[in-house]
Design a protein around this ligand. Sequence first.
Ligand code: AHR
Length: 655
Amino acid sequence: MLSIRNTLLPIALASLLLPGLHGQPTPITVQVGPGKPISPDLVGIFFEDLSYAADGGLYAELIQNRSFDYSATDHVGWTPLTAWELVERGGGQGSIAVETAQPLNPVNTSYAVLTVEKPGGGVGLQNEGFNGIPVKAGDRYDMSLFTRQIAGAAFPLTVRLESKGGALLAEGHLPAPTADWKKVSNVLTPTATDADARLIVLAGGAGKVALDMVSLFPGKTFHNRPNGLRPDLAQVIADLHPKFVRFPGGCLVHGDGIGNIYRWKETIGPIEQRKPQPNIWRYHQSKGLGFFEYFQFCEDIGAKPLPVVAAGVCCQNSNELVTHKYGIGQAGLPMDQMPAYVQDVLDLIEYANGPVTSTWGAKRAAAGHPKPFGLQYLGVGNEDKITPVFRERFEMIYKAVKAKHPEITVIGTVGPDPQGDDYTKGWKIADELHLPMVDEHCYKSPQWFWENNRRYDAYDRSKSKVYLGEWASFDDKRRSTLRSAISEAAYLTALERNADVVRFASYAPLLARRDHTDWTPDLIFFTKTEVFPTINYHVQQLFSLNGGDFYLPTVIGGDSAPSAPLAASAVGDSKTGDLIIKVVNGANAPAPLRITLAGVKRLPASATKTVLAGANPMETDERAVRPQSSTISIAPTFDYEAPANSLTIIRISNK
Ligand code: AHR
């Protein structure tokens, strides 16, 4: 899809042309003064359930395929019993099947039926979790399931956590099933830590019992929320201090065919009433992490919610596996379904912001959040192919939201690439409809990001604002490297310089499980027990922690804007009064700089300097390149040598 050219040569050539690299320091001049107002919310995150980011990732549920809904439509070779297996102990004999005749409810259609012919030492079923269930000694795990007795005498069930080899880690008992579906639960506390445990449900007598929604949830979740998030992953995201969270995607939003469009209403309420569905990334969405949990997470980390809904059309890459053709799969919801779809979008705003006396506000309150979530922004569409089918539906949604909720900023979409047909057509719609903001996407090489540093300088300030909703620098073989991270840092200086136009930017994708990575590069990798931020993570974090609300004109080497391999920006933060200078050196050699703070009236003798740098531009290991902070002496004009392949943040405190 993307062509990545070798970027070393042009950068090396450019370094020869820059004065600073011949021994004389390159001048960087920051004009200190009132500056230009910019978005204080520039850096946020893009969350999509891609590469097991939600199920098997941020969503803390430890049981895989808990409601026996997996199918070959989700993933080739999957069945409703994937991740499950029959257990027959001590001469026990039985079988498991999946049935749909008397489900728990109309959306949760399949369930397991355990038939025990000979109980022996116990017959039951075992779940392997997402490649093993990690448990910690002494921690609490809440186990629950729905049961229904189908035939035979009712007998209590035993639940166990065992090591892969069968050693007992924890055991509990559940009351005997009844003739109607009933939820039963127990708490399991393992006596040993095991990263690869199994959950086992055993029946002690002969008969037939139905089981569904088998869940094992850690007692410890982020902010102790029920049905909550994995704390280590949620924390590494919180540590980015994102100003906003875009959710739930990405392509996941517009889905693989119109039947797969993400419907927010199917993701709220009791988890057993949420409609599971295939994930466009060829796995499964339990929807356990739904819109309530997303809004709550935003609140917990102090970020603005930025939900995205489909524009009434599915992904243009739908059915690609069937047709083997790319980009021709867009279809629109039939027009007679559009009024109901538009109403769903309006109801989302009511769910987030409406009073508890409103229909959807009451549902939010019932979930435990009477206070509104303070929704201000709503994305409509995700890098859709811009066609008449799209436009007709987009306009319906946009006009309805604008009429009923003028307080909401609707963000339109201008295709998957920062140029080309969809980009041009998307911007035409934005101009004609006077959209407040559009979502641009940009996955390019490090070289592209250096070469396009001035891109937004030329944007017409009277047009729609920009949300750079998905962006990442792709190094060779779609890797993230120090070189790609530094090119992102350089681009972020350009985004800051233009943050009067570019209001938001989010690197994409955010999370990827190492054993289930569908897309690279990603900002944070993880396994079932560990978290691995990338070098690029630190770039996002440093810009997020050192953002401002006014931009101070910054000039390198006498130019009106920076060029490779140097980039710089300076912002002021009116809350703290701090002045923050960022300098990026993309060359493979140190860059001597002479920084002048023109017009500065008062200056402390020193400032905090944070440097992210490494000798090898192709470095991929974050442990080798971490930000280091120290003190630097400053003056109205001072010299600083920016290390090779580096981002430096100089924060001058007002205190
Ligand atoms: O970020 C990964 C994918 O890239 C998103 O789902 C999609 O919008 C884009 O093509």
